[in-house]
Design a protein around this ligand. Structure first.
Ligand code: COA
Length: 259
């Protein structure tokens, strides 16, 4: 169905594998368009409640945007490249009503780290290498990296990583809070599945509300406290709220339907 992405749904988890290993899974235009279609489908697909994004092969998660495609771009084309990327892929992932986990299995550079940072959280294998090397190309990160890295690790470390173009290893990324866990390469997907499994037992509309409220904390145009109050209130109108509270009172496990 897709030329650059492999997908599979198993136990309500959508597995997304960027599948251009010969180019270290670099994000070309077609891959971004496919990700757009796939994530939009995930929003509405009742078969899947959590997604895991990873890269094909042992070497790379995603080694960046495809440099060969934008090497001759003009100012206007450059601006368009970033704007389209933001709205059609990176913001779409961040605003997904269902959790998306990045399984960082190797190089996550430039647009690759930006992809991982757009996900709700990240698990890295011990061999992962993360960085935003755009200044080496005479550019800056253009898929949200200047904003999301600052939000995740603070302004000073974000500036250091962006201005030096340094790559860091998984342990440094863990210490910075850029990734939530590190695992051996073999255990990477299992760790993501463990986290996905926990979320899949929870009320889906509550997960969506939590994502919206936490995301609002990083948006200047929104008052996160107001978003939290609205989202909290809305959940009182859901069947899952009634089921969750009833199950607690009856000392049994809740059976959520997403309504
Ligand atoms: N865009 C386009 N092609 C890329 C790419 C990218 N971001 N990253 C890697 N590739 C391609 C290489 O051109 C090479 O293709 P080829 O075999 O047709 O020549 C292939 O992927 C393998 O990469 P290679 O550089 O040979 O592997 P390596 O192990 O020597 O180095 C990296 C790995 C990640 C250090 C190196 O590929 C790199 O620096 N990539 C660019 C990273 C970057 O600047 N990303 C930000 C982009 S905005």
């Amino acid at each position: 169905m897709y030329n650059n992405i492999k997908t599979e749904i198993n136990n309500r988890i959508l597995y997304i594998t960027i599948n251009r290993a010969t180019k270290l899974n670099a994000l070309n235009k077609e891959t971004l368009a496919e990700l757009n279609a796939l994530i939009k489908d995930f929003y509405n697909n009742p078969e899947a409640g959590v997604a895991i994004i990873t890269g094909d092969g042992p070497k790379a998660f995603v080694a960046g945007a495809d440099i060969s495609e934008f090497a001759s771009f003009s100012i206007e084309e450059g601006k368009q490249l970033a704007a389209t990327g933001h709205s059609s892929v990176f913001d779409l992932i961040e605003n997904s009503p269902k959790p998306i986990i990045a399984a960082v299995n190797g190089f996550a550079l430039g647009g690759g780290l930006e992809l991982a940072m757009a996900c709700h959280f990240r698990v890295a294998s011990i061999n992962a290498k993360l960085g935003l090397p755009e200044v080496t190309l005479g550019l800056i990160p253009g898929y949200g990296g200047t904003q999301r890295l600052s939000q995740l690790v603070g302004k000073a470390k974000a500036l250091e990583l962006i201005l030096t173009a340094d790559m860091i290893g998984a342990e440094d990324a863990l210490a910075l809070g850029l990734v939530n866990y590190i695992t051996s390469p073999d255990e990477l997907i299992a760790k993501c599945e463990e986290l996905a499994g926990k979320m899949l037992t929870k009320a889906p509309l509550a997960l969506s509300a939590a994502i919206a409220a936490v995301n609002a904390s990083t948006k200047n145009e929104k008052n996160g406290f107001e978003v939290e109050i609205d989202e909290f209130g809305k959940l009182f109108g859901t069947e899952d709220f009634k089921e969750g509270t009833q199950a607690f009172l009856e000392k049994r496990k809740a059976n959520f339907t997403g309504r």
